[in-house]
Design a protein around this ligand. Structure first.
Ligand code: FMN
Length: 336
């Protein structure tokens, strides 16, 4: 007790928060709730059950390091009740030698949603070749709950070895959905989507939209950094194009409050979310059931030992529990 009081005196001048730093997004209600001691209640998402509303956004596979990272992430999925998408499985369509990097269901367990991933260019090609049964085979092979299709025209355009997208992605998706029973999630890869794309996507019978919004890892920039200096200079302005997760949450809310014909009912709010409070804020604002997606932040935490990732996720879980107990969203008028 005495030591604690001493600490308080010593640290008091270091622990000041300026008024300008106040987080204006939340009302803090300290009187209404006891400390959360119970585990978070399980809920259904993307065909399975989650416990912490955190989604591991599709990343890596097919390189030496990826296997270890993916196994760490899969283990966390099981322990914390997360959802997970693996990185692009294109390599598996060509060569099954990389299967161990993606074959994670036995680690993830059967409760959590777990999805495969392919690009829109590959989907277009498989439809053209009348070979979409390869997608069913992929889902079977990996025992996933479905497939995530990433729509990435800028990434393909600026990638030195990129593919040409020959048809409007919305037409390709529609055709695929008419001919499959698989659960499908559609995402961008770091630049998000504008209002018209969101509106049309919400009308498709897909399991969820994952934002892959602007504000975090940006594949246009990443691909340009891999190319010649001249290319980088000419095209880098495209890296700043796109929509943030906040903007996209508003766009979705706008569509669903004006129409009730939308068929997609779930969101993964991702892209530039590095702190759980940022995700919590948007999740609470969303009119659709939403979970919070993270890519590079989880990649970093999963790159070492599992215990490091576990420690990080324990903090995330605690933060989410405290936020749900004591923070309420300010309405727009209060907020601005
Ligand atoms: C190393 C790395 C690899 C990725 N690979 C894929 C991929 O194969 N398929 C995909 O849909 N998105 C991929 N992404 C994009 C992420 O799923 C996510 O949309 C993007 O990183 C934005 O989230 P963040 O800002 O939290 O990183 C990758 C991201 C990273 C960092």
């Amino acid at each position: 007790m005495e030591n604690r009081k001493k600490d308080h005196i010593n640290q008091a001048f270091n622990a000041r928060v300026e008024k300008d730093a106040a987080d204006k997004r939340f009302n803090y209600e300290p009187l209404l709730t006891a400390h959360p001691v119970d585990k978070l209640a399980p809920f259904s998402f993307a065909g399975k059950t989650m416990r912490l509303p955190l989604w591991i956004s599709s990343m890596t596979g097919g390189t030496g390091k990826a296997g270890n990272i993916n196994r760490n992430l899969a283990r966390a999925c099981n322990e914390f009740g997360l959802g997970m998408g693996v990185g692009s499985c294109r390599i598996l369509l060509e060569d099954e030698r990389h299967l161990p990097d993606f074959d994670l269901r036995h680690i993830v367990g059967n409760e959590s949603p777990f999805y495969a991933n392919l690009g829109i260019a590959q989907l277009e090609q498989l439809i053209e070749e009348k070979a979409t049964d390869k997608i069913s085979r992929l889902i079977e092979l990996l025992k996933t709950d479905g497939i995530i299709i990433h729509v990435n025209p800028f990434q393909e355009a600026f990638q030195p070895e990129g593919e040409i997208i020959k048809r409007p992605p919305i037409d390709t998706l529609q055709e695929f959905l008419e001919n499959t029973d698989a659960r499908v999630i559609v995402k961008e890869v770091g630049q998000g989507m504008g209002p018209e794309s969101i509106k049309q996507l919400l009308q498709l019978p897909i399991e969820a939209i994952e934002f892959g919004a602007l504000g975090g890892t940006n594949f246009t920039l990443l691909e340009l950094l891999r190319s010649q200096e001249k290319e980088l200079k000419a095209y880098e302005a495209f890296g700043k194009i796109g929509h943030t997760a906040e903007e996209m949450t508003k766009m979705v809310n706008d569509v669903v409050s004006k129409s009730n014909t939308y068929k997609c009912k779930q969101l993964i709010i991702s892209g530039g979310i590095t702190h759980i409070l940022d995700g919590y804020h948007l999740q609470q604002k969303s009119k659709l059931t939403a979970v919070i997606g993270m890519g590079s932040t989880l990649l970093k935490a999963a790159s070492g030992e599992y215990e490091e990732l576990k420690g990080y996720l324990q903090q995330v879980e605690r933060s989410y529990q405290l936020a749900s107990s004591y923070l309420r969203i300010k309405n727009e008028i209060e907020h601005f």
